[in-house]
Design a protein around this ligand. Structure first.
Ligand code: HDD
Length: 719
């Protein structure tokens, strides 16, 4: 029997652990009806060894609730992670749009931002090769504004009518539900090979943009052209951009595959840990503004979602920043139940006639009805507008609001005419009055028919490293395709983008680039139309190269190493001083250091001091870190040499182009890797390997400098 004092201490410990949870603050366990529960461990039985009794309403309530805990996952973007934060406009923003949240540079508008993959199910890996969703809910004083974009500025299709086909093609195949969270299968490439309009987006999806290092290191795009309406009721076309403060960075494919095994929650954990540690991710919101009068001054149609506006033609003007500074309290209540909708806009923002956007305006409410089960989904705390909500919509499942009074219609006199309509001057929303004079038709505008120029612009704007990654990705994906005709058709389409690209992909597949390109069946447009015959092969765009399309050349990248994770590979006998000085240098630049040891708890350093281990080598791999340091210490280096995992850790870090540093005896460990002997002493530093046989202040400096470049790409091309 525990003494009373021990019991009290035990329960105090539990209370301490639970101090940040609402239910931990000394509350009784109750049923959903508020009845205090006396025994939550045993069901009601006829005798302690007898059958359970149906009368047990406490058990029935608990099990019933449990049986209904899951709701349908999102048909797309099921796998996601989110955070709270705020948006703050810059002083210049007010002139471009009359939206209330852009008027005051001192005001902070709360936001909830959800990042996601597209194809995988809710429990799938974060590191799938996929487009990432980038959806921001602004809780403005004028109502909810949702900017529901992606980390890629264009889309696969031009018309919403093709969306169900696209998603059916990319999701696991219907007969066997294989493969999970992967586009590398026949149905996806079958569809793509018949849809030339997807070729620009395919370039992005096969680039390293589709395997980001972190949600915090992704650009975001509104994709469609929207409208900004200013105080004078003038309209500009607008494209939205999110630029991450930490730069735009990716992992490499081999790494992505290994991360999926090591930590399928890699991006979710990364976002969560960064915010918990106070390293709040930040993006700048930028806009490209195009006066109405310039609508037709481009070689592409602004309404075509498979096209971007090169930043060289229309610069991105920063108008505010978003900081994510709070993790959700409850995944289901917030991240899962949040309902975004591109149709949630506020005065000062309006739609364009992009046919993909127009179709989305229907789809998002409809999907919430089946996913969240009621037209009252806006009453869930995460979806509630901060501006007061008054209307005559009533009842429905799970209604929270207790509406008072008799009048639930408008106009009314019994309710004093309330709620009444707002004049525009009072903030009432009025749709931009665009002149439309047209025939009702079911067709695609011929201004949408150049599918290849911007795909080519994208490919040509990449560095050789990025081009190689893109080629490898296409080789990988198309090698997984089992139907030879699909591969051939795809290589044919790629040759419309770039001959060198098509040749390289074809070589990897062991086939030739077809001479005569097969005309895609159905062509994604009406059966009576000509399709590709109208399309100019590699038509000119005024911009030949666009550095902002490349992640490596991206002018917005800085050399910050803030929140980057460095693994210190250690064992007993490590030199404590070596750890301390390198750690100090890295922490001063905002990096995170993790001690990897050969057990799960403590290391004994060479001076006898005890060092806490963050991760047992058994449980991690270098794919989870940005760089590796092997500290000094003879005993440590000798122990690690015998650990196959330690050598693999270094070999992988090298393969994935990550900076590696080693000090004094730590350098000895590198002699057992498979890369060190390929490097001369002279070119080691060029390839991001920094070693010092003695204590050397410069080592940390060099190491940090290399980390600021993200990866040492010369390793891929140079050896
Ligand atoms: Fe969509 C979810 C982004 C085209 C139909 N979409 C969804 C999410 C993002 C996007 C980020 C996840 C939101 C969240 O985190 O809850 N979708 C896009 C972008 C598109 C796009 C950038 C093209 C530019 N989507 C698109 C079309 C349709 C849909 C053309 C249908 C006609 N999207 C949906 C949906 C989803 C969705 C089925 C699933 C879950 C949800 O809406 O709430 O309605």
């Amino acid at each position: 029997m525990l003494e009373k004092k021990d019991q009290q201490e035990g329960s105090k410990k539990i209370q301490d652990l639970a101090k940040d949870t609402k239910d931990g603050s000394g509350q009784f366990l109750t049923t959903n009806q508020g009845l205090k529960i006396n025994d939550d461990n045993n069901s009601l039985k006829a005798g302690s060894r007898g059958p359970s009794l149906l009368e047990d309403f406490i058990l029935r309530e608990k099990i019933t609730h449990f049986d209904h805990e899951r709701i349908p996952e999102r048909i797309v973007h099921a796998r996601g992670s989110a955070a709270h934060g705020y948006f703050q406009a810059y002083p210049n923003a007010a002139q471009y749009s009359k939206a209330g949240f852009l008027q005051n540079a001192d005001a902070k508008t709360p936001v909830f931002t959800r990042f996601s993959t597209v194809a995988g199910f809710r429990g799938s890996t974060d590191l799938a090769r996929d487009v990432r969703g980038f959806a921001v809910k602004f809780y403005t004083e004028e109502g909810i504004f949702d900017l529901v974009g992606n980390n890629v500025p264009v889309f696969f299709i031009q018309d919403a009518a093709k969306f169900p086909d696209l998603i059916h093609a990319v999701k696991p195949e219907p007969h066997n539900e294989i493969p999970q969270a992967a586009s590398a299968h026949d149905t996806f490439w079958d569809f793509i090979s018949l849809m030339p309009e997807s070729m620009h987006m395919v370039m992005w999806a096969m680039s390293d943009r589709a395997i980001p290092r972190s949600y915090r290191m992704m650009e975001g795009f509104g994709v469609h052209t929207f409208r900004f309406i200013n105080k004078n009721e003038e309209s500009h076309f607008v494209k939205f951009h999110w630029k991450p403060k930490l730069g735009t960075h990716a992992v490499v494919w081999d790494e992505a595959v290994k991360i999926s095994g090591n930590d399928p929650d890699f991006h979710r954990r990364d976002l969560w840990e960064a915010i918990e540690s106070g390293s709040f991710p930040e993006w700048e919101l930028g806009v490209q503004l195009i006066p109405e009068s310039d609508e037709h001054n481009f070689d592409f149609d602004l309404l075509d979602p498979t096209k971007l506006v090169p930043e060289e033609l229309v610069p991105v003007i920063p108008i505010g920043k978003m900081v994510l500074d709070r993790n959700p309290d409850n995944f289901f209540a917030e991240t899962e139940q949040v309902a975004f909708h591109p149709g949630h806009i506020v005065p000062g923002i309006d739609f364009s006639n992009d046919p993909l956007l127009q179709g989305r305006l229907f789809s998002y409410t409809d999907t919430q009805l089946s996913r969240l089960g009621t037209p009252n989904f806006h009453e869930l705390p995460i979806n509630r507008s901060v501006s007061p909500m008054h209307n005559n919509q009533r009842d429905g499942q799970m209604r929270q609001e207790i509406n008072k009074g008799r009048a639930s219609y408008f106009p009314n006199s019994l309710g004093g005419g309330c709620p009444y309509q707002a004049k525009i001057a009072e903030g009432g929303f009025s749709t931009y009055s665009e002149r439309i004079d047209a025939n009702k038709v079911r067709e695609r505008s011929s201004s949408f028919s150049d599918h290849f120029s911007q795909a080519r612009l994208f490919f040509d704007s990449q560095t050789p490293t990025e081009q190689n990654h893109l080629i490898s990705a296409l080789r990988f994906e198309l090698s997984k395709v089992e139907t030879p005709e699909i591969r051939t058709r795809m290589v044919g389409l790629l040759s419309m983008v770039s001959d060198p690209l098509a040749k390289q992909v074809a070589k990897g597949l062991g086939i030739a680039v077809p001479e005569n390109i097969e005309r895609p069946i159905n062509k994604g447009i009406g059966a009576d139309d000509l399709g590709m015959e109208n399309e100019p092969k590699q038509a000119a765009v005024p911009v030949a190269l666009s550095p902002t399309l490349s992640m490596i050349k991206n002018p917005n990248n800085t050399d910050t190493i803030e929140s980057r994770k460095v693994a210190f590979l250690c064992s007993d006998g490590v030199d404590a001083d070596s750890i301390t000085s390198m750690k100090k240098a890295l922490l001063s630049k905002g990096a995170t250091v993790k001690i990897i040891g050969t057990n799960a708890t403590m290391l004994t350093a060479s001076d006898g001091s005890q060092i806490t281990i963050d991760h047992n080598l058994l449980t991690v791999s270098s794919v989870l870190f940005d760089s590796v340091f092997v500290p000094a210490g003879k005993g440590s280096a000798e122990m690690l040499r015998k650990e196959e995992k330690a050598i693999e850790f270094l070999n992988d870090a090298y393969k994935h182009c990550k900076p590696i540093a080693a000090e004094k005896e730590g350098t000895e460990l590198l002699n057992h890797t498979n890369f060190i002997h390929k490097l001369s002493d002279a070119n080691r530093e060029l390839y991001g390997i920094f070693t010092s046989e003695m204590k050397n202040e410069n080592l940390a400096h060099q190491f940090i400098g290399a980390m600021g470049k993200h990866r040492i790409w010369s390793r891929e091309s140079g050896l």
